[in-house]
Design a protein around this ligand. Structure first.
Ligand code: SAM
Ligand code: SF4
Length: 334
């Protein structure tokens, strides 16, 4: 291993999220427009380039790799990449290889993912009502995802369900979802909706539901205990005392997690975002393509990490159009 990556605020960068495609087989209303224009293929990092990029980060101290998208499992031959990353788990340099998925392809890939060393996955699922699921994902079908969840559990993968909190949409499923997750021994996290891309916020399907309010609603039925556990990201955890279940709350709009932030995000085109809430990024594709050795890439990564900001404040007036982030989650991978 080379000298580890430490940012100017003495935070060790140990977690890399990598978007491997901007494409998806769903069109969730808060994430994508129905008629998305995707990037030309040549803009994307090839699987070999993704391997080089991730391997370089691992050599520089990244211990946790989360693969995301778009939908990571719709990228052609993505299992080649997972299989190749397994060598870093085998060597002990990488502690965890994981992914965030919409679950649509799990029936096909769960066993292979397990064989590649994946042990835990996040599956995004906002509702377990079939009609509502079709409405929110536009193109998704719930039974297919349910079969994927079954396959994942049969393969031995531990599942965390991530649900985006949407006022007037899945508010009424707060308890249903918690109980359903408990009954299947799955963890659960709620995510506050962010005004990304060109979304309007008036729509019933993209209405902001604050997690403070969600928490208050949970407290009407359960005794809640805040847990000290932190992962370096924007998640906080609480326990429902009556069931022992742990529920995560992700509030990306608040910045109370910045001081412990240990992560950076790589887009499918090789841009490195140092902070979820800021538009500053570094292009790593050019240095990667400029030479066959990794020295130039390593230096570009170090230069980028030296620019990692202390935190973000989601200052919409400064960096966004009409109060909204101009980049899509499917580009940076959420
Ligand atoms: N397709 C995969 C999936 O849905 O899990 C991975 C990519 S998706 C962009 C990653 C996460 O971002 C998902 O959990 C999704 O719900 C979340 N996400 C997308 N748009 C969002 C938004 N506007 N606000 C909050 N979360 C969002
Ligand atoms: Fe696709 Fe995930 Fe975005 Fe939904 S949230 S459109 S599944 S990338």
């Amino acid at each position: 291993m080379t000298v580890p990556l430490i940012d100017p605020f003495q935070r060790a960068i140990s977690y890399l999220r990598v978007s491997v495609t901007d494409r998806c087989d769903f069109r969730c209303v808060y994430c994508m427009a129905e008629n998305m224009t995707f990037l030309p293929k040549k803009e994307l990092l090839t699987l070999e380039e993704l391997d080089r990029m991730c391997s370089t980060f691992v050599r520089m101290g990244v211990e946790k790799l989360r693969i995301t998208g778009g939908e990571p499992l719709v990228r052609r031959d993505i299992m080649t990449f997972f299989r190749s990353m397994k060598r870093h788990l085998d060597s002990g340099e990488l502690k965890e290889l994981t992914l965030t998925t919409n679950g649509s392809q799990l029936e096909r890939f769960a066993g292979e993912l397990y064989d590649c060393g994946v042990r835990r996955i996040n599956v995004s699922l906002d509702t377990i009502d079939e009609a509502k699921f079709a409405e929110i994902t536009r193109w998704g079908r719930l039974p297919q995802v349910m079969r994927g969840l079954d396959a994942a559990q049969e393969a031995g993968l531990r599942i965390k369900i991530n649900a985006v909190a949407l006022k007037g949409f899945n508010e009424d499923e707060l308890f249903t979802l918690a109980e359903w997750c408990a009954s299947r021994d799955m963890d659960m996290t709620w995510i506050e909706v962010m005004p990304m891309g060109d979304l309007g916020n008036e729509d019933r399907l993209t209405q902001y539901w604050s997690l403070d309010d969600l928490r208050a609603q949970l407290a009407t039925r359960y005794t809640l205990t805040d847990l000290a556990e932190r992962t370096g990201g924007p998640a906080r955890y609480l326990r429902l005392e009556e069931t022992g279940q742990k529920i995560g709350l992700i509030t990306p709009m608040t910045h109370n997690f910045c001081e412990s932030c240990n992560r950076v995000r790589l887009t499918c085109t090789g841009q490195l975002y140092m902070c979820l809430g800021q538009e500053d990024m570094a292009d790593l594709r050019a240095p990667l393509r400029a030479s066959e050795g990794d020295a130039l890439l390593e230096q570009s990564i170090r230069d980028a990490i030296a620019l990692k900001p202390k935190g973000h404040d989601f200052d919409y007036s400064r960096q966004e159009v009409d109060g909204q982030m101009s980049r899509h989650m499917s580009h940076t991978g959420g």
